[in-house]
Design a protein around this ligand. Structure first.
Ligand code: CA
Length: 368
């Protein structure tokens, strides 16, 4: 629609120019090709990511985004995607976008918790919202406005950029039968989940995806979580650990994010801004669809071809982690007004959506 509308404007402009040209020819005998429609200006952007170049799902999402923006803008906005470390290191994406080193980024908001503690709520919260609910909070529950406010001091505009769905609990080389088994455990686990592990007696480590396998294999870490079967298989984590635990209490539906340098985004003409927004929305949904489609076959491969043992965290462990999670998140919020504002919105939305989902999504899943 937008493209056709644009073409009609360009077409009318050309016709107008030709008519003007004709009348000028008669009156002033000016050269016939005096007025031509200017060629559309191509804008070139760089997009930096937290993921290895073209990593399944996570790394492909920004590539798809760039392709769709190119297609919808008829080549007026070209976005070159850089994998982690190609232009900036994985965990410097936010800074690069803030400083304008790159106009855009793709990552997850909890990676910036050291700089922006409130950002974590826009990635995931232990025992918090699932993918469907988080999308809903951001788009229709006031989340996006708060997210924009949180990134505003850094000159960064956020948009949802995909969701993994409920993640897996993680990879371990020993069984987790009680909370004691987490004591002293050095585990790669980002965001608020990491804070919870710490209070449960473990040692959280924040590592970008591309460094996890080596860290686990060499014993730098004892355990790790990454995403789910589709992504964990791609990194070969099954070669470095035996037990694969579920559910991912710490990441019940992690949102990925697109970030945009505010000045660069605001310098775009309005139609290109709309194209960027709509492409981000499309990619956000597309990633969840892809993960939903691919996770189970990857899990079957892990179990049938690689001998992985899938284990459920014991109910008691989950119950204890839930208590610690609720306390941890509340305490972090109570100590920081900026976090508290986001926490209050998140919690009030969660209470409402959970109540309705008891008799809708959850009731149906239990009944089918
Ligand atoms: Ca994860």
């Amino acid at each position: 629609m937008k493209f056709r509308y644009l073409m009609s404007i360009v077409g009318a402009g050309l016709l107008g120019s030709m008519l003007v040209g004709c009348s000028q020819d008669k009156q002033e005998t000016a050269p016939a090709k005096a007025v031509e429609a200017p060629a559309p200006k191509t804008i070139n952007w760089k997009l930096v990511t937290t993921w290895p170049k073209n990593f399944p799902g996570l790394g492909e999402a920004p590539e798809h985004f760039a392709k769709e923006v190119d297609r919808m803008s008829n080549g007026r906005l070209k976005i070159k995607v850089y994998g982690a470390g190609e232009l900036v290191p994985a965990l410097e994406v936010f800074d690069a976008v803030s400083q304008g080193t790159a106009e855009a980024g793709h990552g997850a908001a909890y990676y910036w918790k050291g700089k922006v503690p409130a950002a974590q709520f826009f990635a995931t919260v232990p025992f918090g919202l699932n993918a469907q609910e988080l999308n809903s909070w951001v788009s229709y529950g006031g989340g996006l406005e708060l997210w924009e406010e949180v990134y505003e001091p850094f000159g960064v505009i956020p948009m949802l950029g995909g969701n993994t769905g409920v993640q897996m609990g993680g990879w371990f080389n020993k069984e987790i039968n009680s909370l004691e088994d987490l004591q002293g455990l050095k585990m790669r686990i980002p965001g608020l989940g990491g804070e919870v592990l710490q209070r449960a007696g473990g040692t959280p480590v924040q590592l970008p995806g591309g460094e996890i396998f080596t860290a686990l294999q060499t014993g730098t870490i004892d355990a790790t979580e990454w995403v789910g079967p589709y992504n964990d298989l791609a990194f070969g984590l099954h070669k470095a650990a035996k037990y694969y635990y579920y559910p991912g209490w710490h990441e019940p539906g992690t949102a990925l994010e697109f970030t945009f340098n505010k000045k660069a985004f605001e310098a775009l003409p309005e139609d290109l801004q709309a194209i960027v927004e709509i492409a981000a929305k499309a990619i956000n949904q597309d990633m969840l669809d892809e993960y939903t489609a691919r996770n189970n076959s990857a899990l079957e491969e892990l179990v049938n071809n690689h001998g992985i043992e899938v284990r459920r965290y014991p109910d008691e462990v989950l119950a204890q982690l839930k208590v610690i999670s609720k306390q941890t998140v509340k305490e972090i919020a109570d100590n920081d007004p900026a976090v508290k504002k986001v926490y209050d919105s998140f919690e009030s939305f969660r209470a409402k959506v959970e109540k309705y989902h008891e008799i809708s999504e959850k009731a149906y899943i239990n009944a089918r």
